[in-house]
Design a protein around this ligand. Structure first.
Ligand SMILES: Cc1ncc(COP(=O)(O)O)c(C=O)c1O
Length: 458
């Protein structure tokens, strides 16, 4: 079977195949916003489409490609594994590669977290963490944050603070209590009955890129200790250098009880995830030989994912990508703040490392304010497409919004980018923002027409 020839032969049918067999509504969205390109190869921070256009990838698979795409070292490690004939998934053995990756993760995690459970995704990590917390404490309630995102399987959805995902699934798990993010008083009140198993939180919220005040996460740690709740940190997106530290919690020197990671750990090659937790929690769940499978899965410890994980950690360290994430991130944030001082639609820049939220808001100028209001009346998710569409169409830069109804663009570039690539993005933003500040103008007409088309095709 020649898979590459097969893909090339059928390339023009890709969107039809997805329309017919996968997700036709998503295909419509891609077509409407003009994102329906066929990407045929990728290297580092760039995607190459079928017309040979090089696209600067500031989305990185929603934070999967921290080390860039198709990293040669991870590829070489995977080839070695395939050629080695190693067995993988014997199940009734203790695999060598998973042992090594568990040791490496325990070495990197903050504090004394040294028991590791491997998963196949972020949401599966959250499911496991919720089960571990409930079993270890003997309590069942879980407190979570409004706007928090932890995945979309039923348990994770029960602690998801976004109505657009929860709807049509209720009733979800009982005893899940939402509190506002960055609000210690609300958390204290939710925990005060001492009947809560865990508080789950993203140190920096992915939806909207919201960064807490400096006293928040240390305060969360104190409250969890005071009221006997475990602290689950969801670093599925913020982990592995994304925010300029190995884990976002390192910014505040906070040690959680359970740390959930996934996304970037295998260099984007193979599904992977892990729950890194305190040994005492693990021991309470797996407390006898009959309970050695008290929580388990089939593919979690597969050799290819584990080897890709070891290789990715090697790249992060040897290419100094965490320091680079902090440095280039600061450069980008400063450049964006400079743009915000010149463009009234740009209200705020929130970022740590290379996780950056670009917040738009109502302008002061009368005509522009009217256009803003009309567009939001038509559809509250449209405005940012006025930025993302020309960024791709005219400047070949891939970005997306940070969540529903937020007017926030989120950028998550690979940590390998340098100042030249940051400049390329800042230059493109300058031009796109200039167009967006002209009303009437083609940028507003394009996005208004987009609104009309989506309204007609519900
Ligand atoms: C913070 C966070 N937690 C959990 C998840 C769910 O991960 P997955 O999509 O691998 O299930 C995501 C995915 O975007 C995430 O950002």
């Amino acid at each position: 079977m020649d898979i590459i020839s097969l893909i090339k032969q059928r390339l023009t049918e890709t969107y039809d195949l997805h329309r017919r067999y996968v997700n036709p509504q998503f295909v419509r969205v891609l077509e409407v916003i003009g994102f329906n390109r066929n990407y045929t190869s990728a290297k580092g921070a760039y995607l190459i489409d079928e017309e040979g256009r090089e696209v600067l990838d500031f989305l990185a698979g929603f934070g999967v490609f921290n080390i860039g795409r198709n990293h040669p070292l991870v590829a070489q490690v995977l080839r070695s594994m395939l050629e080695s004939g190693m067995p993988s998934l014997v199940q009734m053995d203790a695999g060598a590669v998973s042992g090594l990756l568990a040791e490496a993760l325990a070495g990197l995690a903050p504090g004394n977290l040294d028991a590791v459970f491997f998963t196949n995704s972020g949401t599966e990590g959250v499911e496991g963490a919720l089960k571990f917390a409930r079993q270890a404490t003997g309590k069942s309630k879980v407190v979570y944050c409004e706007r928090g995102f932890h995945g979309l399987t039923l348990g994770a959805l029960s602690v998801n603070g976004n109505e657009e995902f929860r709807g049509r699934n209720e009733p979800l798990l009982p005893g899940c209590i939402p509190v506002p993010f960055n609000d210690l008083e609300a958390l204290a009140s939710a925990l005060s009955g001492r009947d809560v198993a865990a508080f789950i939180v993203e140190p920096i919220q992915g939806k909207g890129v919201f960064i807490p005040d400096d006293d928040y996460l240390p305060g969360v740690r104190r409250l969890c200790d005071e009221y006997g709740a475990l602290l689950i940190a969801d670093e599925v997106q913020t982990g592995f250098g994304r925010t300029g530290r190995m884990f976002a919690l390192n910014h505040w020197n906070v040690v959680p009880d359970l740390l959930v990671v996934s996304k970037a750990l295998s260099g984007g090659y193979i599904p992977i995830g892990a729950i890194i937790m305190k040994r005492e929690i693990h021991s309470k769940v797996f407390d006898s030989m009959d309970r050695c499978f008290a929580h388990s899965n089939t593919f979690g410890q597969n050799d290819l994912a584990m080897a890709a994980g070891l290789a990715t950690l090697h790249v992060l360290e040897h290419e100094n990508l965490i320091e680079r994430s902090a440095r280039v991130g600061e450069y980008l944030v400063n450049g964006l703040k400079d743009l915000a001082s010149r463009y009234e639609l740009l209200h705020e820049i929130r970022g740590k490392g290379l996780m950056i939220g670009i917040q738009f808001g109502a302008p002061g100028t009368f005509t522009l304010k009217t256009a803003w209001k009309l567009l939001h009346k038509m559809n509250e998710d449209l405005f940012c497409q006025m930025i993302t569409i020309p960024l791709l169409e005219k400047h070949n830069i891939l970005t997306q919004v940070a969540g529903h109804g937020l007017d926030t663009l989120k950028i998550l570039p690979p940590l390998i980018i340098d100042n030249a690539e940051a400049d390329c993005f800042l230059d493109a933003m300058d031009k796109v923002l200039k167009d967006a500040h002209k009303f009437p103008g083609s940028a507003w007409t394009t996005v208004k027409n987009l609104g009309l088309r989506t309204a007609k095709t519900v």
